[in-house]
Design a protein around this ligand. Sequence first.
Ligand code: ZN
Length: 196
Amino acid sequence: MTLPETAMISAGNAELKSIQSILNAANFAAGKHAPQKRKGAAAEPYINHLIEVAHLVSSGLTEPDTNLIIAALLHDVIEDCDVTKDELTKRFGSDVANLVMEVTDDKSLPKRERKRLQVVNASKISARAQVIKLADKISNVRSISSSPPADWSLERQREYLEWAGQVVNNLSVPNPVLKAEFDNTYTRFNSERQDS
Ligand code: ZN
């Protein structure tokens, strides 16, 4: 079936609008995270992590969800850059702001407690927020695997991996594509570290 020309134009416009709003979020995140590097020895620009997470999220989708990809790009902007929920709501709408809030730790709590709460809350956040959470953990485990922070012992790397595994295993509706990728990354980490 061919669509009437007007329908094709509006479908095309919706696609263009979606691409524009994703790039707008990428641009905003790049600006806010500009001074930040990843913790690994390679010290990659932090935006690499955000683009990787957004790409992973998009690979797990079976239908378009522009706001989820935008939220993936912005998932660390409140935690790391002191951007407020209000600002995100104004710029990107309440759906995006709520998704980002769901994956934002309460920084007033001690680190240990924040990590414990991530495990406990993994099953309580929305299915869409769980996709971001899972993609974030894949990106972090990949990074620790390929470029661990210089001052992290093997034991500390393993502890991180263990904790990330607990968070992922507590997700109530893990995205199947991303869960398989997490499991691969996890297994690869362990076999590489055994060889060395
Ligand atoms: Zn992150």
